[in-house]
Design a protein around this ligand. Sequence first.
Ligand SMILES: Cc1cc2nc3c(=O)[nH]c(=O)nc-3n(C[C@H](O)[C@H](O)[C@H](O)COP(=O)(O)OP(=O)(O)OC[C@H]3O[C@@H](n4cnc5c(N)ncnc54)[C@H](O)[C@@H]3O)c2cc1C
Length: 306
Amino acid sequence: MTIIYNDYNIKKHSTFKIGGNVKTVAFPETIEELINLLSSEEYDYILGNCSNILFSSDYINKSIILTEKLNKYFINGCKINVSCGTKGPIVSSECRKRNLSGFEFLIGFPGSFGGMICMNASAHNQSISDTFISANIYDVKNKKVITLKKEEMNFKYRNSIISNSGYVLLNADFELKRGNEEDIDEIMKRNIEFRKTRQPSLTYPNAGSIFKNPLNDSAGRLLDLCEMKGQTEGGAMVFDKHANFIINKDNASSKDVLKLMYRMYSKVKEKYTISLKPEIIYIGNKGTEEYKLWELMTENIQMAQK
Ligand SMILES: Cc1cc2nc3c(=O)[nH]c(=O)nc-3n(C[C@H](O)[C@H](O)[C@H](O)COP(=O)(O)OP(=O)(O)OC[C@H]3O[C@@H](n4cnc5c(N)ncnc54)[C@H](O)[C@@H]3O)c2cc1C
């Protein structure tokens, strides 16, 4: 049964470990319950594991659905069906046991399948779209379930049809390849090692890359050249091994993060006339000082999926 909390503190659900109380947060337990909530049109956001989200530390006057209880997956040969709230590393580990190749990259970060398909998550030359076959999606505007195939998903860098429409991912089908245990193990180890040496683990709460890479360049490289590594604002700090990560070092607030982000953004704009686009998504109330900082960096970029 769906559990709904009012005035619910969201901090513990965010990998950034930042966030205030939210007007309403619902946890559906079945896809049918999720559809019922969505058809009520009373919800502002659908979120997975909140690993790409900066919640405001202030009260958030919004209604949110979290999909974490929709965590079923079925593996049949090379075919996999996954519900939207299932976490990547869990399925990745299960595929490893069955010598299935294609999800090795998921071992390194904490997204749910809904979030990963929405953002077309990728790393280490693999992306979620590579093995994607089709998905069942709830079309909120027309109140119906549709099935979209890969070619209809409009997958692009950190983007898909889901990020730009009233579509909510319910579950998806993938087809992986038969692999060899040692090769799969080797790729996973290499991916984990790469992250360990260059990126913060979740012992330093963070939300992954802060800005998207500009075309043919790297946001981390530009920010590094602007000497951002190690810079701080309140409890937030630019990670000292990678300038495109902010860590919550000491009880940071959303305002700390946004001020630091704006400093990063402004430095790159001033030095290279490039306007970096945030990869993370901010959820807060319009009209506040931090929302204005966000608007300065996003201009017309779409906010989180409604
Ligand atoms: C340490 C760390 C490392 C990371 N490394 C990478 C990386 O290498 N590559 C990469 O791509 N990302 C990376 N990320 C970012 C993040 O994990 C991904 O963007 C992931 O896809 C987000 O999944 P989520 O479930 O947390 O989504 P959320 O953060 O909850 O939401 C992200 C977006 O997805 C939408 N969404 C979520 N569920 C649904 C649904 N069911 N239907 C429709 N829309 C939905 C939300 O509305 C929102 O717009 C990293 C994050 C961390 C913390």
